[in-house]
Design a protein. Structure first.
Lengths: 281, 307
């Protein structure tokens, strides 16, 4: 990838590769990123001057109160929103180009399964769109449903599954086409605590097994600390990054790590960061 | 046969239970009430003419005579239900289907243009809705005309359509069918525009993250989302297609079809014939709507709708 870019004579692309620190390892790179929505009540600054680099294999959580732009940032990475200032690159490409190369899988707040498709048909949806052969589709659907512990539910329709299972199916759908980057927008926000714990554990397991890069939006401090290798604390009006916390926790994390002093210390720092961001209103 | 006879009592008992438990019983009660009201009006509305007839013939009469005779008039103001039933029986079961006196024959004439008009109207409606949903200019320009088209009374425009189409050499089933089309495309356009726009933003965003093309988004998301709307619109559309076909038969001096039967009935004061044609039209509409309902249930079951 980097070699390709280095020999590319196109000056528009060259600076990207040159500026990024260790270009092949950088998945998301934002420089001075800003986004202003034009609304009927005047402009709203959803994001302001965001600098951030996400490296390959990281699990980065974005945490902050509502209106801090964490979802907007994720949507900018996914080319679902267009930034109005600064620049952002995904795998060294613009978000639009990255989207066209199907660089990421996106998990929304709601499962958003198509109610007229069975679970396996829902997981096969991106594969159909991307033109995978039938046999390959079947194999991938089988593999990813296994990965999220939904084997045996292939023929069920979404309404026959619980909310947590539906969200797992939507994660399988995002994993099915093997994008290296997983963008998750409060995927477990609507679920109860017990189911959420369980899914958090499974998500870590899945991340360890698949070596994906995950950007994860949440407003739960324990969830962010438990899952992440890095926590990005954001604050609203305008949405900006106030703190970036590297987690010293090991990659392997049993659920009871949440009782450990290290865990509580990070959680405390995140809480402080959130409070500082709130100080101005 | 004997086996059938053996299980018959059990079946009828359960039928009765089902009738009592479901909505069959209420329907039967309402039907009975309607029949009673109808009979009452038959006597009331036909009595003046009957009393006149007694006076002219100088016949003495009793109340019982009056009730009996008002229900057996040749050209009553309001025929009794059993007169209509007898007429329907005579002109369906009692007449060969190829005869011009057969109600089935007339029903088929009307049905054929109804179906042709309905199919064209549904296709037109779906195509217009696709255009409206995908094209801003069409959204702005077409929709007002679609609505305006339905403000013109069909009785006014139907003869014009027939005359104009005849002048350019189109006759037979097509002009009538086009009147059905004119009426039936409207609920389909309105329903399908709503249906194609019914996917949630999250589902449309999802398709975007897959870099899905317009055609893929349409076939994998918009079309399945719109199917429930399609069936509901089609139920309305097929019923007014029938109205359109009947109206189309009125001004043309058509010799066949339920509309022609209605017109002929009113020329000659054959109220029994008018009522039997009306009932046939109603039965036809119920049948068509019922068939679409069955289709709807089958498709929705395949699409995983909760039973």
């Amino acid at each position: 990838m980097s070699g390709e870019v280095l020999v590319n004579a196109n000056p528009a692309i060259r600076p990207v590769a040159a500026s990024s620190s260790g270009s092949s390892d950088t998945v998301v790179e934002a420089r001075g990123l800003g986004l202003t929505f034009e609304t009927n009540d005047g402009p709203v600054r959803a994001l302001s001057n965001v600098d951030l680099t996400v490296n390959k294999g990281e699990f980065v959580s974005f945490i902050g109160p509502s209106g801090c732009g964490k979802t907007t940032f994720l949507r900018v990475i996914a080319d679902l929103e267009q930034p109005t200032e600064g620049e952002i690159h995904v795998n060294g490409l613009t978000p639009a180009e990255a989207r066209r190369t199907r660089a990421y899988g996106y998990v929304f707040q709601a499962a958003g399964l198509f109610p007229w498709r069975t679970i396996e048909q829902n997981v096969a949806l991106p594969l159909e769109i991307m033109g995978y052969a039938r046999a390959e589709q079947r194999e991938r659907v089988h593999r990813t449903l296994d990965l999220v512990n939904l084997a045996g539910f292939e023929k069920k329709f979404p309404w026959q599954l619980s909310g947590g299972m539906q969200q797992r199916a939507s994660i399988a759908r995002a994993l099915a086409f093997d994008a290296d980057l997983l963008l998750m927008d409060e995927p477990f926000g609507a679920l109860d605590e017990i189911v959420r714990d369980h899914l958090n554990e499974q998500l870590l397991e899945l991340w360890a097994r698949t070596d994906k890069t995950i950007c994860f939006v949440t407003h739960s401090i324990p969830e962010a600390v438990y899952l992440s290798t890095r926590i990005v604390v954001m604050s609203p009006r305008p949405g900006r990054v106030t703190d970036v916390i590297e987690s010293p926790l090991p990659r392997e994390r049993p659920l009871d790590i949440r009782e450990s002093p290290e865990f509580l210390e990070i959680a405390h720092r995140v809480r402080e960061g959130l409070r500082a961001g709130h100080g101005d209103d | 046969m004997t086996a059938a006879a053996d299980i018959a009592p059990a079946t009828s008992a359960s039928l009765l239970q089902r009738a009592a438990a479901g909505n069959t019983l209420p329907i039967l009660i309402v039907l009975g009430a309607l029949l009673l009201v109808w009979y009452a009006f038959t006597v009331y509305l036909n009595a003046p003419w009957q009393i006149d007839a007694y006076a002219r013939a100088d016949t003495p009469w009793t109340a019982a005579d009056l009730v009996r005779d008002t229900m057996a008039q040749e050209r009553p103001v309001l025929p009794a239900p059993h007169q209509v039933a007898a007429e329907i029986w005579k002109t369906t079961a009692g007449t060969p289907i190829t005869s011009k006196r057969s109600l089935f024959y007339h029903a088929w004439v009307t049905l054929s243009s109804t179906l042709l008009g309905f199919v064209i109207g549904t296709a037109l409606g779906v195509l217009l809705a696709i255009g409206i949903v995908h094209n801003r200019a069409m959204d702005k320009s077409v929709m007002p005309w679609v609505i305006a088209s339905q403000t013109i009374p069909i009785l006014a425009i139907a003869p014009m359509i027939i005359v104009v189409l005849n002048a350019i050499g189109l006759s037979g089933i097509l002009p009538k069918a086009l009147i059905s089309t004119y009426l039936s495309f409207f609920p389909v356009v309105v329903g399908m525009v709503k249906g194609f726009r019914s996917p949630e933003i999250i589902q449309l965003d999802l398709m975007r993250t897959y870099n899905a093309g317009g055609a893929q988004t349409f076939w994998k998301l918009r079309w399945p989302s719109a199917l429930p709307y399609l069936f509901t619109s089609m139920k309305v559309a097929v019923a007014i297609s029938l109205v359109g076909a009947i109206v189309g038969e009125l001004p043309t001096g058509a010799v066949a079809g339920l509309g022609a039967r209605l017109l002929a009935g009113s020329y000659y004061g054959q109220t029994v014939q008018i009522w039997s044609a009306l009932f046939m039209a109603a039965a036809l509409a119920a049948l068509l709507v019922g068939i679409i309902g069955i289709g709807q249930r089958m498709v929705m079951a395949r699409m995983g709708e909760k039973a």
